[in-house]
Design a protein around this ligand. Structure first.
Ligand code: SF4
Ligand code: SF4
Length: 336
């Protein structure tokens, strides 16, 4: 542990100075996590903080929640430094942006504040080179990294919990910790319900090791850095001073543009036309009006607005079972 009596402040140049204005370190590494409620964003932001502490660093870690419901977008923040931290707000312009749910990749909150030297680390089932093609800004970043954390977690933990392999990937790409440190921190700090089951703990240790070993990095930008400024301008979220008083919605009737299907993270309903008896139970109960009807008959499910709650499958008569829930990655067509 460092001497807590050190007084440190940030200069405009991003360098940390001591009270005598001598340079004592560069600015902290700031990591911003993006995922959905239920994917362990808070847990993984805190675990990275524990990892940094175990490596003798100073750290902060905390989440930021939006709506209180499973599937809603969640952010997490982790700061890591060699000196005591003097700032305490959220992270606006991250050194590392980690995207655990690929449906959020091109969202404004992910793009917000990216710089040419921001490293993007994403959970995707394709290569780091292909990740550059997902958005023009990704092509201009110095470093992008990809790992199929969902597949790793399904393989090891037998559940879609990609946060553990992503922790391994982030530690490797940022150089925050050695694999042994990661494993000992997980053994000590994973939630108790995981630690008390030896096979589940072992599965998590395997998952973190695979994330650490399987992450791929690409350091060959495919577009010029100017592209970033062009796109980031539009993606920058308003500051609290720019928001309307009392949260007034300045432009009503925008619900069509809120695609609730983008919250779907694990299972999607699949409808079987052969079995459907057109009883309308699914249509009546679907909270997002995502059951499509034409000429008085059910014709399918609108995946742009289906958030995967499973209510339609639960109310479809058991003898009919015309709607069943399937893992997102197994269902065709690909996630919308
Ligand atoms: S899972 Fe079914 S009930 Fe839920 S939003 Fe989708 S279509 Fe509607
Ligand atoms: S509840 Fe099942 S059987 Fe009834 S309309 Fe929906 S899919 Fe068809």
């Amino acid at each position: 542990m460092k001497d807590p009596g050190i007084f440190a402040e940030f200069g405009d140049d991003g360098v940390v100075y001591s009270s005598r204005k001598t340079i004592i370190d560069v600015k902290p590494i700031e990591v911003r996590w993006h995922g959905r409620a239920g994917q362990g964003i808070r847990t993984v932001a805190l675990l990275l903080g524990h990892v940094a502490l175990a490596e003798g660093k100073w750290t902060q870690a905390f989440p930021q929640f939006g709506p209180e419901r499973r599937g809603a977008a969640v952010e997490g923040f982790t700061r890591i430094a060699d000196v005591p931290l003097t700032i305490h707000g959220g992270i606006v312009s991250p050194d590392v942006v980690v995207v655990i749910d690929d449906s959020l990749l091109t969202s404004a909150s992910v793009l917000n504040g990216l710089r040419q030297d921001t490293t993007l680390i994403a959970n995707v089932p394709y290569s780091a080179k292909e990740l550059r093609n997902v958005h023009p800004v990704f092509g201009a970043l110095n470093r992008v990294a990809a790992v199929d954390a969902t597949a790793i977690s399904l393989d090891t933990i037998k559940r879609n919990m990609p946060n553990t392999p992503m922790l391994g990937a982030v530690a490797r790409v940022t150089g925050t910790a050695k694999l042994e440190t990661l494993k000992s921190v997980l053994t000590e700090h994973l939630p108790e319900r995981v630690r008390r089951r030896a096979e589940l703990l072992e599965a998590n240790l395997n998952a973190v090791e695979r994330g650490y070993n399987e992450v791929q990095v690409d350091e060959e930008p495919t577009s010029p850095p100017e592209v970033i400024g062009e796109y980031i301008k539009g993606a920058t979220l308003p500051s609290w001073e720019e928001l309307s008083l009392g949260g007034i919605i300045p432009q009503p009737a925008t619900s069509l543009s809120y695609k609730t299907g983008s919250w779907r993270s694990e299972l999607r309903p699949v409808w079987d036309a052969e079995k459907c008896t057109n009883c309308y139970m699914c249509f009546i109960h679907c909270p997002d009006n995502a059951i499509l009807i034409k000429d008085g008959k059910v014709i399918g499910i609108d995946y742009e607005y289906c958030k995967g709650c499973g209510i339609c499958a639960a109310v479809c008569p058991p003898k009919v079972k015309a709607i069943t829930m399937h893992p997102e990655r197994e269902a065709a067509p690909a996630k919308q």
